[in-house]
Design a protein around this ligand. Structure first.
Ligand code: BGP
Length: 478
């Protein structure tokens, strides 16, 4: 069957994560999360993971953009844009402040009840990530993060509580945000945020990363199986950072090098979507002499807990060259990465490549034949208000419209089954990688700056009306 138009039930919306917007870090009985002990940084200046909340550091996630108190105003603005859905996460530390308690914190549960009610009142479907870089700090300090198998049970307990509590309010879930970021194990922020583990502190860092990965696969599979029992209508996705890695040239060595680099990242969605380890990973473990602890029932658990769809973020592509050191692993690159001369990069070095989104949609759909959901895409930039205080963010409109154009081709020409599109940081929020306020993505400006100034007032940027019209026309008018 051919499709001439975008599906009428396409989920247009926007995305954030609890720790990047909520603030209220010590309110309503909330415990300290790993992001509450992560300092602010900037482009080229790494965020510091401090041992507890320490004097002399600024912690932008403590206040974030105060969504905890202002969500009604923000949800009304989302509704005005015509959002069909809104993606956020549930902060684990609001529900289980330390992570290892037996009983949940009612005030935290009530906060999300109120938020979901507010969204549903406006006809906005919540799309909820269970783990978005915000595990309880206590589990890192006392248990060593996800390297410890006990954390699987703590996470499943947390997940069961929220899956049951919100079973009539939330249909769309995701397990671990950008679970494959930690593949870049030598960049500490990624392991720390994905799993509370700094892999380079371990004797065999890559083996430690694989151990964590296995624990998260088991947790994901357990809660998918449990979720489907709680409500068979639940749609529970995995979530990966999709950065297609191109061979720098058509030299067969470059092509093979790029394919191997993709394997290292595909393993995450391969196991979560197919329920078993691919041969290329099992062979790698054998070759490198890695031992990954598994329990007898894990194999069956993985097989019985495959995710329903693939949620993914898409910001950039990468090019790699064999036999070169390239730029090495970093926020924006992988081993062998070299600048792609055919695309431009943002001020933060993220290579802008709209066609790469269509390419990604196609390769993911061919690989899994399951629905896809673009749950992050966007352009982080410094916004400068004009003389009237209005932000004319044409660069953001250009970025997003070019990506939506390619997304439409993937659906209408290539036949990809796509559930929705939620651009990242629909309201300005704290950057994950740098902890900045000034790296902005929003359609809604928040008056809060890296130097601490600002009133937190919300205002509409030029892109607000633009996105409103994109949604109203179901993607016809870009
Ligand atoms: C993804 C994360 C988000 C988000 C986004 C933009 O990796 O899932 O949490 O922040 O990237 O990154 P940044 O905020 O560093 O620009």
């Amino acid at each position: 069957m051919t499709q001439q138009q975008f599906p009428q039930d396409f989920l247009w919306g926007g995305a954030v994560a609890a720790h990047q917007v909520e603030g209220g870090w010590d309110q309503g009985g909330k415990g300290i999360s790993i992001c509450d002990v992560l300092s602010g940084g900037s482009h080229g200046v790494d965020r510091v993971m401090t041992d507890g909340v320490q004097p002399g550091y600024s912690y932008p996630n403590h206040e974030a953009v105060d969504f905890y108190h202002r969500y009604k105003e923000d949800v009304a603005l989302f509704a005005e844009m015509g959002f069909k859905c809104f993606r956020t996460s549930i902060a684990w530390t609001r529900i289980f402040p330390n992570g290892d308690e037996l009983e949940p914190n009612e005030a935290g549960l009530q906060f999300y009840d109120d938020l979901f009610d507010e969204l549903l009142k406006h006809g906005i479907e919540p799309v909820i990530t269970l783990s978005h870089f915000e595990m309880p700090w206590h589990l890192v300090k006392q248990y060593g993060g996800w390297l410890n198998r006990k954390v699987v049970d703590f996470f499943v307990r947390f997940s069961e509580v929220v899956l049951r509590r919100y079973q009539h309010k939330v249909k769309y879930w995701m397990t671990f945000n950008e679970i494959n970021n930690q593949r870049t194990w030598n960049y500490p922020l990624f392991g720390y945020c994905c799993s509370g583990v700094v892999f380079t502190d371990h004797e065999k860092p890559e083996q430690a990363m694989y151990q964590v990965m296995h624990h998260q696969f088991v947790a994901s599979a357990k809660l998918v199986e449990l979720g489907h029992r709680i409500n068979p209508d639940f749609q529970i996705g995995c979530m990966i950072a999709m950065v297609p890695i191109y061979p720098f040239s058509c030299h067969p060595d470059d092509v093979m090098f790029a394919q191997e680099a993709m394997h290292r990242r595909y393993v995450f969605s391969d196991v979560q979507m197919r329920g078993y380890y691919p041969a290329y990973t099992l062979n790698e473990w054998a070759r490198k002499g890695y031992h990954i602890e598994m329990e007898a029932e894990d194999e069956a658990t993985l097989r019985n807990g495959c995710c329903d769809y693939i949620g993914f973020s898409y910001y950039m592509s990468n090019a790699v060259q064999a036999n070169t050191k390239g730029e090495g692993d970093s926020i924006t690159g992988f081993e062998g990465s070299v600048p792609n001369p055919h695309v431009k990069a943002s001020d933060w070095g993220w290579q802008i490549d709209p066609v790469g989104l269509r390419y990604s949609l196609n390769i993911l759909y061919e690989r899994y034949q399951k629905p896809l959901f673009i749950v992050e895409n966007g352009f982080g930039a410094i916004d400068k208000p004009n003389a009237d205080g209005f932000i004319e963010d044409d660069y953001r409109i250009d970025y997003l419209s070019a990506h939506i154009e390619q997304m439409k081709k993937a659906v209408l020409e290539d036949g990809v089954d796509l559930m929705g599109y939620t651009p990242w940081g629909c309201i300005d929020c704290v950057s994950f990688t740098t902890g900045q306020y000034n790296k902005r993505y929003g359609f809604i400006h928040v008056d809060k700056n890296d130097d601490g100034t600002g009133t937190m007032a919300r205002s509409k940027k030029k892109s607000f009306a633009w996105y409103q019209q994109v949604i109203a026309s179901n993607g016809e008018q870009l």
